[in-house]
Design a protein around this ligand. Structure first.
Ligand code: AGP
Length: 618
């Protein structure tokens, strides 16, 4: 996610902005920039790459000013480049805007603005904002030079007027050379916090950027805005009415603040999943063609799909296979990229290769993509890192927009991949006439309910922590599931083994009799995924087989299903959801189970031994 910092006060702004952006580096970024207002003029400096590049640029060309904005960009629309770096400015170079989020209707806004003569310098969605503010200010009739209060009110009104035109998520700040000392900030579906100092005020996308200067903060709520100067800060609701906001006192240290108060990035990212799923879904329920190139025509022409991925992403691919075959009627194969790339696969024409990779840099997956392209096949990348090697090689890109995932163990990115695959199956199923319209409507409605269902599932954490205590001394744990939740079993096992170092294996529940049942020792933990499904009865039989041999059963079931009572030693009841979406919900308690077991064992949860976040070598 992008990093936002703003300062208004009596100190030089640039050093404060750079320090604040440095405190937000953990969020991941690929370019950075600052803008200041001084002497009635706006000055901007931007650079691609790390903050050190911006630092060097500013050392060569210092910018003076006691008010300004800073931004680190995590690319979404438009790859990493100086032109796409924030802040973005209007035609006259008097208005600067920084933004974190996604403007869903930016294409339409950009076309209309271009038709009215506005010239764009970037491929970003954000750049429409300064041009819209430019028009709103022109319509206000307030031109330079204007009395300070008038200019301040005009900028605030212009930002509010513009936000009525945009759809999507934003945490943004705007400054105007004709309103020196004034920052207008606004928030919807993307975090923004105001820092209240002593004759100086701040804005930031996250608390760490503020802690060096103040611990008094105000969290903006959706639809609210702030108009600040060094000597005061006013807050407004969506109607533009001034409101009172009660400051909070931050007690965290900066390290804890980077994790949002959580002990580890992994736990923070598990809890971010409702929000990250909202980001993955945003603007995609109606279709994928305009943004990704996956038009209905293209989806109709796909004869088969070959999914390639590694680790957690491979587990997402297994779910993808089930969804595409069962709900879109597309023959789908899925394979680990490390096997695919060396076995000389027979690839038929009209095969769409789907490469799933959070980092977009996994060597085996990248090699599999190159092999597919050498064979003349089209490649769809489902990834979380814009501008990475795999999306750059792909013909089509579905970015999950989950924001940087810092924990080595993948969590929110997995949810994003599953949502992406559900959307591809939904749009392919309808485009091919395979999925009835009514079912498509139900799918879309369920996808929209997912963030709320995930929030309800997170409420199980205390119970899960207690169950995790039982796993603390375990040496072997089995995970079993059927259908799409066979993949959930594999992923749950991977989570536990990679961060707690407990040996864990996932099996298709139907496979137990073919060998794994021999592993069951009395008291051995078996985690069974037994939520609502067409094959639930069979899964219950497998659970009984394990129980009969002395296993300690930890079972996931759907709320209200009483059949596991008396059978399972621990039951985690999850909200009802369609089987096709159930892995997105079911994996969440398994992530928490792994996290708490590992934490109780004193493991390094975010940086487990022997592993890297991105395996860029074979
Ligand atoms: C999952 O928790 C691991 N970090 C690992 O299996 C990971 O999923 C795998 O290395 C693939 O990474 P990618 O999604 O970035 O390609």
């Amino acid at each position: 996610m992008c990093g936002i910092v703003g300062y208004a006060g009596s100190q030089q702004a640039v050093p404060i902005l750079l320090e604040g952006l440095r405190r937000l580096e953990y969020r991941g970024y690929d370019s950075a920039g600052v803008a200041v207002v001084s002497g009635g003029a706006l000055a901007v400096a931007r650079s691609v790459g790390k903050l050190s590049s911006l630092h060097d640029l500013l050392a060569r060309r210092p910018l003076d000013g006691q008010m300004g904005l800073g931004h680190t960009r995590w690319a979404t629309h438009g790859g990493p480049s100086e032109a796409n770096a924030h802040p973005h400015v209007d035609c006259a170079g008097r208005i600067a805007v920084i933004h974190n989020g996604i403007i869903e209707n930016y294409m339409a806004l950009k076309e209309a603005l271009s038709a009215r003569g506005h010239v764009f310098a970037s491929a970003t969605d954000t750049e429409v904002l300064p041009h819209l503010i430019e028009e709103a200010l022109a319509e206000s009739g307030v031109s330079a030079p204007a009395a300070a209060a008038l200019a301040e009110a005009a900028l605030a009104d212009a930002v509010r007027a513009v936000l009525k035109q945009v759809r999507g998520a934003y945490a943004l700040a705007a400054i105007w050379s004709q309103a020196p000392g004034v920052i207008v900030a606004a928030k919807k579906d993307s975090p923004l916090v105001v820092g209240l100092g002593d004759r100086e005020n701040f804005i930031a996308s996250d608390v760490p950027a503020l802690l060096k200067h103040t611990r008094r903060v105000v969290y903006l709520e959706d639809g609210e805005s702030a108009v600040m100067r060094g000597d005061r800060c006013a807050f407004f609701d969506a109607l533009g009415l001034e409101i009172k906001k009660v400051p909070s006192e931050i007690s965290w240290d900066s390290s804890a603040a980077e994790k949002g108060g959580y002990r580890h990035f992994m736990l923070k990212e598990i809890h971010e999943q409702p929000r990250s799923v909202e980001n993955t879904l945003r603007g995609r329920l109606g279709g994928l063609g305009e943004e990704t190139g996956l038009t209905p025509e293209l989806l109709r022409g796909v004869k088969r799909v070959q999914i390639v991925a590694c680790g957690t992403s491979w587990h997402a691919g297994i779910v993808g296979k089930y969804l595409l075959e069962r709900h879109a009627g597309v023959s789908t194969a899925v394979e680990t990229a490390s096997e695919f790339r060396y076995r000389r696969p027979v690839l038929e024409p009209d095969t769409l290769v789907i490469a799933i990779s959070q980092s977009g840099e996994t060597a085996d997956t990248l090699a599999a993509v190159r092999l597919a392209r050498e064979e003349g096949l089209k490649v769809l990348s489902i990834g979380n890192t814009v501008g990475a090697a795999i999306p750059r090689q792909a013909d089509f890109n579905f970015h999950t927009f989950c924001g940087p995932e810092c924990g080595v163990a993948s969590t929110k990115a997995f949810a994003g991949q599953l949502v992406a695959l559900s959307l591809v199956a939904l749009h392919a199923g309808t485009a091919r006439g395979f999925m009835p319209e009514a079912q498509a409507r139900d799918w879309a409605a369920e996808l929209q309910r997912l963030p709320g269902l995930l929030r309800r599932t997170l409420a199980l954490e205390d119970k899960i922590r207690a169950v995790a205590a039982e796993l603390r001394a375990a040496r072997h744990v089995l995970f079993i599931g059927r259908g799409v939740n066979y993949a959930t079993a594999l992923e749950g096992a991977l989570k536990l083994k990679e961060i707690s170092y407990i040996h864990a294996e996932g099996f298709a529940a139907g496979e137990m009799k073919h060998g794994p049942l021999a592993l069951i020792d009395p008291g051995m933990p078996v985690v069974a995924i037994a939520t609502r499904s067409d094959v639930l009865e069979k899964t219950l039989s497998n659970i009984e087989e394990a129980k009969a041999r002395g296993a300690r059963l930890i079972a996931l079931c759907t709320e209200g299903d009483r059949r596991l009572r008396g059978m399972a030693d621990h039951i985690l009841e999850l909200p009802p959801v369609g089987e096709h979406l159930s892995p997105i919900l079911n994996i969440l308690p398994l992530q928490l189970l792994a996290y708490h077991a590992a934490d109780l064992r004193g493991c390094d949860v975010d940086q487990p031994r022997n592993l890297a976040k991105s395996v860029t070598v074979e």
